[in-house]
Ligand binder design. Structure first.
Ligand SMILES: Cc1cc2nc3c(=O)[nH]c(=O)nc-3n(C[C@H](O)[C@H](O)[C@H](O)COP(=O)(O)OP(=O)(O)OC[C@H]3O[C@@H](n4cnc5c(N)ncnc54)[C@H](O)[C@@H]3O)c2cc1C
Length: 590
């Protein structure tokens, strides 16, 4: 008999549960214990949170059903949500119920995705075969002990299992030394400091009206804060010709915002693609990857070329040279082909403009430049990811993940390029260009900037502690300074083997059941923050390098060993999350 514990009932835990049910041998009894104090959907998608935090993925691109054996989020919303919400007692007058009116290309509240996951769980356990039982245990597992043929879990009481899957997902970290210094400074001077955290958990109510707040970070969390602050102020946006104007209430704080790059993430294009309508590689095919022996830099360059091909396909749509150009461009030297076909410089794809659009802007001009930048970004996004040349190109850049996963799975990156070129530079640029917020958030941001509520710092933001206040400025323009009693690190906690606050992982680390993942080069071990697993099976590796045959892990705790774990799977795509869950289930039942 197998008795399997899954720790975590967020999307990854639930997907693992489904794969276990699917793969459990019919001639053996299987008992599955699913642990999460918050129940199905877990913490990120919990019902008790602000309605202002929304998904960054359109509804039709979200599913927890492997092999599309059930409705994606949009289909569920259309066909099942009203009945289910009524059954669980959600009033039809509530704003949660109103989500049932959203279209497939809209972005729902996070809570709503959580409810879809609850429904998914109910469906899973409704008609279980007789050889399988599933118990949902709303308890936190804070320790475990590995014995010869069993694992003892410590939760509300001890539980004995034969196998374990860690799907512990996101969670807080202990502060880094610089963050700790900021916290100490805030405590000593009665200031407010918020380290990296899910923005929905930040106690914004303690921030006094009209005061200045410094926000460091311009990624996804930053956009959550935009929604949460507007809600706190009670403000609203009015829309004329698709342009938003912010209506002040008099309670507004001044938000001083910045980051190293100084630019908010590129916004998501309006979605025009149906589920399954994903980019297909022209160059980085499976066959090509099997023989590819180049560097990370070469691979990244080829990915760029894939995106450029899509761009020119759009740009030259009515041109007689299109087919010949694309053929030559795919195979040849870019510059020679552009010259041969007399493509004007202004019409050429320009990565530098995308990655560093403020390159020629003086720091003095930056605050006004940023409004133009946002307006252009919005205009491009509005063209959509099928029709807009740049948006379509970037969608390809985003979607062709398979070649990189192939490199990781086959350990084809050299250590330094793995750490610096791929997980370092490339990953940062990739996030900036492809995982931005919905365009509505960019419009809100522009409206707030136009209303004078947001002050953008030029790139190279610096925060210092001086005279009992936090002080911030851009290193490019130190004379433009802002002081504040409030400092928020607007980003999520990174995956950190060393600083995790997850009690179970801490205990496992202490007992030597876990080992830090990293790469060795230039005489140093560079930790990625992930814990170590055997890639082929996702079995955990202990501190002595021994594979723990009955302990598996996938998702966020492996970010740095695997890539892009912080995403829910897409329908009709044989998503990697499903592949990994399947890999774990099949190895577990060997
Ligand atoms: C704020 C935020 C917004 C996001 N928005 C999007 C989005 O719009 N689209 C998208 O695709 N992705 C988004 N993501 C990425 C997110 O990582 C995935 O969508 C998904 O939630 C990952 O699932 P998971 O199950 O691995 O982790 P989680 O969702 O974090 O779930 C892990 C669960 O494990 C439980 N747990 C942990 N330790 C224990 C323990 N010791 N005992 C018992 N239970 C435990 C936790 O309570 C938690 O519920 C977002 C992430 C965050 C943090």
């Amino acid at each position: 008999m197998k008795k399997i514990a899954i720790i975590g009932a967020g999307p990854y835990g639930l997907i693992a549960l489904e794969r276990l049910i699917k793969q459990a041998p019919a001639d053996e009894e299987t008992n599955i214990l699913l642990f999460d104090p918050l129940g199905p959907g877990g913490e990120v998608w919990r019902s008790e949170q602000s309605s202002q935090v929304i998904m960054n993925t359109v509804m039709q691109h979200v599913t927890v059903f492997a092999e599309d054996q059930g409705p994606n989020l949009a289909e569920w919303s259309r066909n099942y949500a009203k009945d289910y919400l009524t059954t669980i007692g959600v009033p039809s007058s509530s704003d949660l119920f109103a989500e049932t009116n959203l279209g497939k290309n809209e972005y729902c509240q996070r809570r709503y995705y959580g409810i879809y996951q609850q429904w998914f769980y109910q469906e899973l356990v409704k008609n279980l075969p007789t050889h399988i039982t599933v118990s949902l245990i709303k308890e936190y597992v804070d320790d475990l002990t590995l014995e010869t043929n069993q694992i003892i879990l410590s939760a509300g009481k001890p539980y004995v299992v034969t196998d374990l899957i860690l799907a512990t997902g996101h969670g807080g970290n202990f502060l880094s030394s610089t963050e700790e210094e900021n916290q100490q400074f805030a405590n000593a001077h009665k200031l407010f400091y918020q380290g990296p955290i899910n923005p929905a958990d930040t106690p914004l109510e303690v921030i006094k009206n009209n005061e200045t707040v410094i926000l460091r970070g311009l990624g996804l969390s930053f956009y959550d804060y935009i929604g949460l602050f507007v809600d706190k102020w009670g403000g609203a946006f009015s829309e004329v010709d698709s342009h938003l104007t912010y209506q002040k209430t008099g309670k507004e704080n001044t938000l001083v915002v910045g980051s190293g790059r100084g630019l908010p993430y590129h916004t998501r294009p309006k979605n025009q693609k149906d589920a399954g309508e994903d980019a297909e590689p022209k160059i980085l095919t499976k066959k090509f990857m099997e023989v590819f022996g180049g560097s990370a830099e070469e691979l990244i360059d080829l990915l760029k070329k894939e995106a450029e091909l899509v761009y020119y396909q759009h740009q030259l749509v009515n041109s007689p040279i299109r087919e010949a150009f694309l053929r030559d461009y795919q195979l040849g030297d870019r510059q020679k082909v552009l010259t041969k076909y007399q493509i004007l410089v202004a019409d050429q794809f320009d990565w530098e403009k995308l990655f560093d659009p403020a390159k020629d802007i003086t720091p003095q001009d930056f605050p006004s430049f940023i409004k133009t930048y946002l307006a252009n970004d919005i205009a491009e996004a509005e063209q959509g990811n099928r029709n807009g040349a740049i948006a379509a190109a970037l969608d390809t850049y985003k979607e062709l993940q398979e070649p990189f996963n192939y490199m990781l799975d086959h350990e084809k990156f050299k250590p330094k390029e793995y750490f610096e070129d791929f997980f370092g530079n490339f990953n940062r640029n990739y996030s900036f260009l492809t995982i931005g917020a919905p365009v509505i958030r960019q419009k809100q941001l522009l409206a707030l900037a136009e209303a004078g509520i947001i002050e953008f710092l030029a790139p190279n933001m610096k925060v210092e502690k001086e005279k009992g206040q936090f002080r911030t400025y851009s290193k490019q323009l130190p004379e433009r300074q802002f002081s504040a009693s409030y400092l928020i690190e607007a980003r999520l906690p990174a995956t950190s083997f060393k600083r995790t606050k997850n009690k179970l992982l801490i205990q496992m680390r202490k007992k030597g059941y876990l080992k830090a993942h990293g790469v060795f080069y230039d005489g140093e071990f560079h930790e990625t923050g992930a814990l170590q697993v055997k890639r082929e099976t996702h079995q955990v590796i202990d501190k002595n390098g021994q594979v723990l045959p009955h302990v598996f892990c996938y998702g966020i705790p492996l970010e740095g060993l695997d890539w892009l774990n912080a995403a829910s799977p897409r329908p009709k795509s044989h998503d990697r999350v499903f592949q990994l869950a399947e890999q774990i289930a099949s190895n577990l039942f060997i």
